[in-house]
Ligand binder design. Structure first.
Ligand SMILES: C[S@@+](CC[C@H](N)C(=O)[O-])C[C@H]1O[C@@H](n2cnc3c(N)ncnc32)[C@H](O)[C@@H]1O
Ligand code: SF4
Ligand code: SF4
Length: 336
């Protein structure tokens, strides 16, 4: 026995408790539309936070009602060869690609926990039929969905069906300059993508967003993309450049918000069905290996594993640059 009080390495400090509280309450407060209701709702949320902070069953603590985002990297294949990105360098083989039925089972199991389903890649439109099947199920389950696309493979048929389901589309656009296009995208298809953006604006109306990556290389481009979006009433989102194996350079980081990384609200699925808590999980020793695979196990069983809970706890105090990726922040910039 010792009189010396030993702190365990992962035991949260007061600063961590405060970060945890703000990380949960700030995004909640932002979602309350009516200002008069904000104080009582924040009080109730604080009581809920306090209860589940000290008394918690793993699944309820980390996976609350409409508290989570399911992010599916449906493929790492891509039409483009962007300089900013390295994902296209390692496309999955056809054998490694998850049949869509497994993802739909996963969505059916999790839908009550989800405030949003995001589908990214690689280029998601490489699997446009799967996307429409998923969009239909998400619509029936009332889970707002958004797809992030490079805009190359969009068709009128796809856009009309997708628009009919009421979901959101985000198209990536980093420059308005035709001369830079091929350097940025590794393909010379300025007219095709700009034409598809115009078509998407006509069909999707207010459900279209444009997202740009702010890097040292695009500093002068982003204001022009933003001006284009303003002129066409398309909401514009800026994502800071991160190292995804690309060759661009950071434009300088945003000041640290001081909030805990919000990625622990996420449930991320790789093209082969592997489940992780964030796509940068390899930085966390305990999270290097996937938590399971939805082709082989039920998603709820995967998320109830002790290691899943432990990884979520470690993420509370994790502080790598990937914390700044929009999907890892507590705000909801896409407004799906
Ligand atoms: C990886 S892409 C996949 C979806 C689709 N292929 C596209 O480009 O929109 C998802 C988003 O990440 C952005 N992105 C790509 N490389 C990035 C990087 N190095 N840092 C930050 N965001 C990046 C893209 O611009 C896109 O908006
Ligand atoms: S950013 Fe998107 S379009 Fe560009 S290579 Fe990566 S996955 Fe493909
Ligand atoms: S900081 Fe990065 S690695 Fe750590 S939890 Fe957040 S997204 Fe994952």
């Amino acid at each position: 026995m010792s009189l010396i009080y030993r702190r365990r390495p992962n035991q949260p400090s007061i600063a961590h408790v405060l970060q945890d509280y703000l990380g949960e309450i700030s995004p909640f407060a932002r979602r309350v539309d009516r200002r008069l209701l904000a104080p009582p709702l924040i009080l109730l949320k604080t009581i809920e936070w306090a209860i589940y902070r000290w008394y918690k069953t793993p699944i309820r603590r980390f996976y609350g009602v409409k508290g989570n985002e399911l992010i599916y990297m449906i493929t790492s294949r891509c039409t483009d060869r962007c300089a900013k990105c390295g994902i296209w360098k390692t496309p999955e083989s056809a054998r490694d690609h998850l049949p869509v039925a497994h993802f739909i089972d996963c969505l059916n199991r999790l839908h009550e926990n989800l405030y949003q389903l995001t589908i990214t890649g690689g280029e998601p439109l490489e699997y446009s039929d799967d996307l429409l099947a998923i969009a239909g199920v998400a619509g029936n389950l009332q889970v707002p969905m958004l797809i992030v696309t490079n805009g190359v493979l969009l068709t009128e048929r796809f856009l009309r069906t997708y628009a009919g389901l009421g979901h959101t589309l985000v198209i990536s656009l980093d420059t308005m300059d035709r001369a830079k296009w091929a350097d940025y995208r590794g393909r010379d298809h300025y007219d095709l993508v700009m034409g598809n953006i115009a078509l998407a604006r006509t069909i999707l109306g207010g459900k279209l967003r444009i997202q740009s990556v702010l890097a040292a290389e695009t500093r002068e481009d982003i204001p022009r993309v933003k001006a284009f979006c303003d002129a066409h009433s398309i909401p514009h989102i800026t994502q800071l450049y991160m190292d995804f194996g690309g060759s661009w350079h950071s434009a300088g980081g945003a000041p640290d918000s001081g909030l805990a990384c919000a990625a622990r609200k996420n449930i991320c699925i790789y093209p082969n069905g592997d489940v992780v808590k964030c796509f940068d999980h390899r930085r966390i020793p305990l999270a290097k290996e996937p938590l399971g695979n939805i082709a082989k196990e039920d998603i709820i069983s995967i998320l109830c594993k002790k290691r899943s809970t432990e990884v979520s706890k470690v993420m509370k105090t994790c502080n790598f640059p990937c914390k700044q990726l929009l999907c890892n922040t507590p705000t909801f910039p896409y407004g799906a």
